[in-house]
Design a protein around this ligand. Structure first.
Ligand SMILES: [Zn+2]
Ligand SMILES: [Zn+2]
Length: 441
């Protein structure tokens, strides 16, 4: 199916708000503008066979100015001068030397070539024109026409304005989503207060664990790091909903704020997918329309135009995905409300690092694992091999961290304490009583 049709279908979707349609790239209208550029080139007398030395776009205070330099034959020169004389164009025609005749080529974006005796041909004498003629070149003297067209200026200006408006729209949408995230975060904080009677701390932890695992909008796996495409996002989002459903975790909610917040969390994700899809298609529409422009006019803009607008505004629909930005907001503002156990594991026993000892090197372990290491006369940190185990005292117990763990992971802490005391009891039976002092630590 043609892109124009696909794009139209995306915009015609039932849930697409009217404003979104109005602010989208006007692909069809832009296509018509390309026809006008082609007609303008023809009306001046520039044919598709002419070699374009240089096509460039310049931006002056949000205004786009295209410049065209093209090689024309003596016949075309007469014709073009004839046509342009009655029109209000800004142009220049200069004779070319042989060196330049061999250089350049269609679609060349190389800098303008030097031309000899830069002067308007209209003002130059027949003699100076003749001096540009290579006596061994029987094709006659060629000229370079430098001109600023009108219709391509309009085409790029309209496209630029539409992109700028979409950039503003994107900022508005991001702000709206950030507000929604904040509202949900507020409710989740309320429902997950540690030590509160009937707290939903563990229920939300489970929900967020599934969410993080599904990597809906952002992949953290090394090989495919970066944002994921919208089709993948939809798939992963459905997988997340399925996991939630299968685990029946939602039935464990105690607080009505939690039920409310989960409903809003679902709509939020749906909204992100919709916005992300909208942005992707608009960005694609820009790429496609530039390709079409290049194909029909034989001018090359598909690289220079995106470069120009990205350099003018880094926060651009052509530059990076909105989903990635929003994903960061969700991670930092919402998911962090409920700490995950993965961030508090002891690297040796792989269970909660309770009671936590922070070594001088900065690494954190549970006290039991360090006691066992010391017993084996180990003196180095197992992670960085820093020699800091011997200097260890009870002062190294990270009390703040310990209290935090008690507060947010009461079940895991209780389990670990039980396990520790079981181990100590077992050891007391088999180990020399002289070493007890070290075990009590
Ligand atoms: Zn441990
Ligand atoms: Zn270390």
């Amino acid at each position: 199916m043609k892109f124009a049709k696909v794009f139209q279908q995306v915009l015609a979707e039932e849930q697409m708000p009217e404003e979104w349609k109005e602010r989208a790239i006007q692909y069809k209208k832009l296509k018509k503008r390309i026809n006008k550029v082609v007609a303008e080139l023809e009306s001046i007398g520039i044919s598709k066979e002419d070699v374009v030395f240089h096509y460039d776009l310049e931006m002056v205070k949000s205004e786009i100015h295209p410049h065209l330099q093209v090689k024309i034959s003596p016949l075309e020169k007469t014709l073009i001068m004839d046509r342009l004389s009655s029109l209000d164009y800004n142009y220049e025609i200069v004779p070319l030397k042989l060196r330049e005749l061999n250089a350049g080529g269609r679609d060349s974006t190389a800098p303008a070539l030097d031309v000899e005796d830069v002067q308007s041909v209209a003002a130059s004498s027949a003699a100076s024109v003749l001096s540009a003629v290579n006596p061994f070149d029987d094709s006659g003297p060629f000229y370079e026409l430098k001109i600023s067209l009108l219709e391509d200026t309009k085409f790029f200006q309209v496209l630029y304005d539409e992109i700028e408006d979409l950039n503003r729209f994107r900022t508005e949408q991001e702000a709206e989503i950030a507000n929604n995230v904040e509202a949900i975060a507020h409710e989740v904080s309320y429902a997950t207060v540690p030590k509160m009677k009937k707290t939903d701390l563990y229920v939300w932890r489970e929900v967020f664990q599934y969410y993080i695992e599904c990597e809906i909008f952002f992949s953290t796996a090394e090989k495919k790091a970066g944002s994921v495409d919208i089709g993948q996002s939809k798939e992963r989002y459905l997988k997340f909903l399925q996991m939630v459903e299968d685990s029946r975790v939602l039935h464990k909610f105690h607080q009505k704020e939690s039920v409310l917040a989960f409903g809003e969390f679902k709509s939020l994700n749906f909204q992100i997918m919709k916005i992300s899809n909208y942005q992707t298609f608009n960005s694609l529409a820009v790429t496609k329309i530039l390709k079409k422009f290049d194909k029909q006019t034989q001018l090359s803009s598909k690289d220079i135009f995106p470069e120009l607008i990205i350099s003018s505004n880094e926060m651009n629909i052509l530059n990076g995905s909105i989903a990635t930005d929003i994903c960061l907001v969700i991670s930092s503002k919402l998911l962090t409300i409920v700490p995950q156990i993965d961030d508090y594991l002891c690297p040796i026993c792989c269970s909660i690092a309770f009671k936590p000892i922070r070594l001088r090197c900065g690494h954190l372990f549970c006290i039991r694992c360090l006691v066992k290491l010391r017993r084996k006369h180990e003196d180095k940190c197992p992670l960085c091999r820093n020699q800091c185990l011997l200097a260890l005292t009870t002062d190294d117990l990270d009390v703040a961290q310990m209290n935090y763990m008690k507060m947010y992971f009461p079940k895991e802490v209780r389990e670990k304490e039980l396990e520790n005391s079981r181990e100590i009891l077992e050891e007391q039976h088999v180990i020399d009583p002289n070493s007890k002092a070290c075990l009590i630590m």
